[in-house]
Ligand binder design. Structure first.
Ligand SMILES: [Mn+2]
Length: 329
């Protein structure tokens, strides 16, 4: 049998920044961990994993996000711990997880000076502006949860069963259920280690996939009926706000649709644009194959993200006739 000791993964994170981060954490009295707006399983998993590990190490932690975690995260222990009433003066250290840009932190709108305080920025998005005083930004890694996995080992903090579940949730989500090209051999080794430590892959998949309401099927049915597929096999869906109203659905009911669109045979990428009530259009771009850099396309529309998954928002509305058109304000 091979050596079963998994306590020393090959570190690929910036160990100098990781060591500085630990010094900063150890000396902090009150620590805030911030997840990005419209939180997803990676930012929630990373937040709760770090929170659990640092709390067990005797530190005082509170978790914040401007938006509540989505329903898919509610099976996680501690998912209800998030607070919205962030007061930076109550903390001597702020940590952001999976925030791919300053605007993702969202609290800086209210408190523009928060990046001037002790601020650890942990993320894996290429768009990250290194806004922290310490930056652990690893664009080569699948997820922020993969970074946290390395950090906990480097800091010699135990990966307990609850933490293994949080980390696997983010890892599984950000690799598109281990289908995206960021599913490296290391990702699968980490996933294996986390399952061995007690992570519940069955509950994770159930929460992410067995959650369709009848309304969501009807909404998706209506959207799928009207998708456009180009000669190259790229699929596009546009969802005017009235479709959501008709099915009494929120924008969270669209989660997963772009991945679904990229199942078109031969597709290089898929795009979904949806209109929010506010006159804001959110765009989501996904690629499962093909050598396309969607972060550049998103950036040209004022957004950002990864090569294979990115997004943008525009002000405007979607009109249906004669073809789907975005009317920018
Ligand atoms: Mn992520």
């Amino acid at each position: 049998m091979a050596d079963q000791n998994h306590n020393s993964p090959a570190f690929t994170i910036d160990l100098d920044q990781a060591a500085q981060a630990w010094e900063s954490i150890k000396s902090a009295k009150q620590i805030a961990i911030i997840s990005h707006r419209h939180p997803d399983p990676d930012t929630v998993g990373a937040n709760l994993a770090l929170r659990s590990a640092l709390t067990k190490a005797g530190l005082q932690i509170q978790s914040f996000c401007v938006d509540a975690p989505p329903e898919t995260c509610q099976f996680l222990e501690e998912s209800a711990c998030y607070q919205k009433n962030f007061q930076p003066e109550n903390f001597d250290l702020i940590i952001s997880v999976d925030c791919g840009g300053i605007e993702q932190v969202a609290f800086q709108k209210q408190f523009p000076d928060i990046f001037k305080s002790n601020f650890i920025n942990i993320d894996h998005h290429a768009s990250n502006q290194l806004f922290g005083t310490i930056n652990i930004v690893q664009t080569n890694l699948s997820s922020t949860c993969e970074i946290i996995y390395q950090l906990l080992h480097f800091w010699e903090l135990p990966v307990t069963t609850d933490i293994s579940n949080y980390l696997l949730f983010g890892l599984y989500y950000d690799t598109g259920s281990f289908m995206h090209p960021n599913t490296t051999p290391t990702v699968l080794e980490i996933a294996s280690d986390l399952v061995r430590l007690g992570a519940r892959l069955d509950l994770i998949t159930k929460s992410l996939f067995q959650n369709f309401t009848e309304n969501k099927f009807h909404l998706w049915g209506q959207i799928l009926e009207k998708i456009k597929v180009t000669a190259e096999g790229n699929a596009a869906a546009a969802i005017p706000h009235q479709d959501l109203v008709k099915h009494q659905a929120g924008s969270e009911e669209l989660s997963g649709l772009t991945n679904y669109l990229s199942m078109v045979k031969g597709s290089k990428f898929a795009v979904m644009v949806s209109e929010e009530e506010t006159g804001q259009i959110r765009g989501s771009l996904r690629s499962v194959s093909g050598d396309v850099d969607l972060s550049k396309l998103a950036q040209s529309l004022g957004g950002g993200g990864h090569r294979k998954a990115s997004g943008f928002s525009l002000e405007g509305k979607i009109t249906e006739h004669p073809f789907w058109t975005i009317q920018q304000n």
